[in-house]
Design a binder for this molecule. Structure first.
Ligand code: NG6
Ligand code: CA
Length: 517
């Protein structure tokens, strides 16, 4: 009897061994900035070739209905890291360059999920979730930051490429800062420096709207900054800097499980690819930075291949919001767009509540584990915390992550079923329920009238059936009043399920939410 029990246990142990070995795969999120659904060739682009991203899609799972949580950067990243839709909280809109950290130190995040399970965790690239406690001195110790929410290591562009400060932060310090030339940053009160507005002759790229304050590297930015000369970045080198830091992180932790959030600057403005990528497409800097992003992907995958990590590393590639053509600089993006469709067959883009706002490239690669294919499961990055917890066998019952659902089976291609409903977020909110899409009254036009002019109907609800109208061209709200009512109820219930920020819905729902916060 004892012998039988022992041999049973031995068989069990052996049977479980390979599973246990794969239990803690490395995880890398490769996160693009402003890359749209149609911007890469495996999603239909023909004016630009993205062989490295296409390789991920060919060997992995390409989602056709994968979403970021919002149509701009800060709220998308907030949701992806916290598991809470950003619209539930005020103060989660596009962050200024000197914004205090918007995720509370100590909160459970995607990074703490990994860290608590023994992973080494790192973030390299764009942060844009605020740093410090509101009294930031860029010349001293910088914090709280990523290290207060589960990242062991960080190498950051603090906000965006078009916002000051234009310096890198490594862990808790500005990199290469000379203490004799301290940094001052101001959003609001002007500092005494030449600006793009007053000195257009100093610029190598001119703003089309805004972006006319501090001049760094011949480009004027949002916000005022003085000092820190030795620490200023050169935009053209940024992709190389980020790739080098990412590769060093992978190399340094190849012997233990690691989680890397690799958050590139491409293809956000100012679009300034390294000289070796200039002219690689006929689309000007916007196309050339797509090629630069693809190169970054290739470097990461090459490192995994060379170090024999590809079969033990889950790679997820996605973007933080949909595409925008002119986002503030005259960079030929409009003139040289040709017939490229940055959002593919979708309507809208960055800032918009139409599908192009949040439906983005979404590819999962895990050689030997995820079967190659295409999935139509409805997926969202807000589910990463719960889904990654499930991946590594951790429990996840987190009150501050009310929107994060475990969709591991769908993520790994073992099920076609993703989310039942999804709330999409631009300036306000919209609902996806299966193939139906409801954009409540008042939420029609995209916000950025300069680039994404939409003829949304402001006085009526909009209802689209994506099964036969993926491009959201025909509002069928009048033909399906019962559906509109039903979906409005679903949306209100979902908003009420956890504490909601006011001001997202018009009319009745807004009145109901009043006083909640
Ligand atoms: C907007 C900027 C835009 C971009 C965006 C943030 C203007 C007129 N527009 O306010 O250029 O910086 O913020 O983009 O200043 S995001 O991808 O980081 O959300
Ligand atoms: Ca973005």
């Amino acid at each position: 009897m004892m012998f039988r029990l022992l041999s049973f246990l031995l068989v069990l142990t052996l049977a479980c061994a390979p599973v246990l070995a794969a239990d803690k795969p490395n995880v890398i999120i490769i996160y693009a900035d402003d890359i749209g659904y149609g911007d890469v060739s495996c999603y239909g682009a023909t004016s630009v070739a993205t062989p490295n991203i296409d390789r991920l899609a060919e060997e992995g799972l390409r989602f056709r209905d994968g979403h970021c949580a919002s149509a701009t950067c800060t709220p998308s990243r907030y949701a992806m890291l916290t598991g809470e839709y950003a619209w539930r909280q005020t103060g989660t809109g596009i962050a200024k360059g000197d914004q205090a950290m918007i995720i509370e130190p100590g909160r459970t995040t995607l990074a703490t999920v990994f860290k608590n399970a023994g992973y080494k965790t790192g973030v390299v690239g764009k942060w844009h979730l605020g740093l410090g406690d509101g009294t930031m001195d860029w010349n001293g110790k910088i914090g709280p930051g990523p290290q207060s929410i589960g990242f062991d290591y960080c190498f950051l562009m603090p906000a965006t490429g078009d916002r000051v400060p234009c310096v890198y932060v490594e862990n808790d310090k500005v990199l290469n800062l000379d203490s004799a030339d301290p940094i001052t940053v101001s959003f609001g009160k002007p500092l005494d420096i030449p600006t793009g507005k007053a000195n257009p002759e100093m610029l190598k790229m001119h703003p089309s709207h805004g972006h006319d304050q501090t001049i760094v590297n011949g480009v004027s930015r949002i916000g005022f900054m003085t000092g820190g000369k030795s620490a200023l970045w050169r935009d053209e080198d940024m992709a190389d800097e980020f790739v080098n830091k990412a590769l060093a992180f992978i190399d340094g932790h190849k012997a233990e499980p690691f989680f890397l959030y690799f958050s590139t600057h491409d293809i956000h403005v100012p679009r300034m690819p390294h000289e070796r990528f200039v002219g690689k497409t006929g689309m000007g800097p916007r196309g050339d930075t797509i090629v630069e992003f693809d190169w970054c992907v290739g470097e990461i995958m090459k490192a995994l291949d060379e170090q024999g990590l590809t079969e033990n590393t889950l790679v997820i590639l996605s973007s933080d919001n949909g595409p925008v053509i002119d986002d503030g600089y005259h960079d030929d993006s409009v003139e040289k767009l040709g017939d490229h469709k940055a959002a593919g067959p979708l309507r809208g883009g960055k800032y918009s509540l139409f599908e192009g706002g949040t439906r983005v490239p979404f590819i999962v690669h895990w050689k030997g584990r995820v079967q190659p294919g295409v999935s139509d499961a409805l997926m969202c990055q807000v589910d990463f915390p719960a889904t990654m917890a499930a991946l590594i066998g951790e429990g996840f019952n987190v009150p501050t992550a009310p929107d994060s659902e475990n969709h591991l089976n769908a993520l790994l291609g073992e099920s076609d079923e993703g989310r039942g409903i999804l709330i999409e977020h631009g300036k306000r909110v919209a609902l996806r329920h299966g193939d139906w899409k409801l954009i409540p009254r008042g939420a029609g036009p995209a916000i950025n009238a300069n680039t994404n002019t939409e003829l949304g109907n402001d006085s009526n609800h909009q209802l689209y059936n994506l099964a036969n109208d993926l491009g959201e061209t025909t509002n069928v709200a009048n033909q399906h009043p019962d559906k509109v009512t039903e979906l409005m109820e679903v949306l209100k219930a979902e908003i009420a399920r956890a504490d909601a920020a006011p001001g997202l819905l018009s009319g009745e729902a807004k009145a109901k939410n009043k006083g909640k916060k």
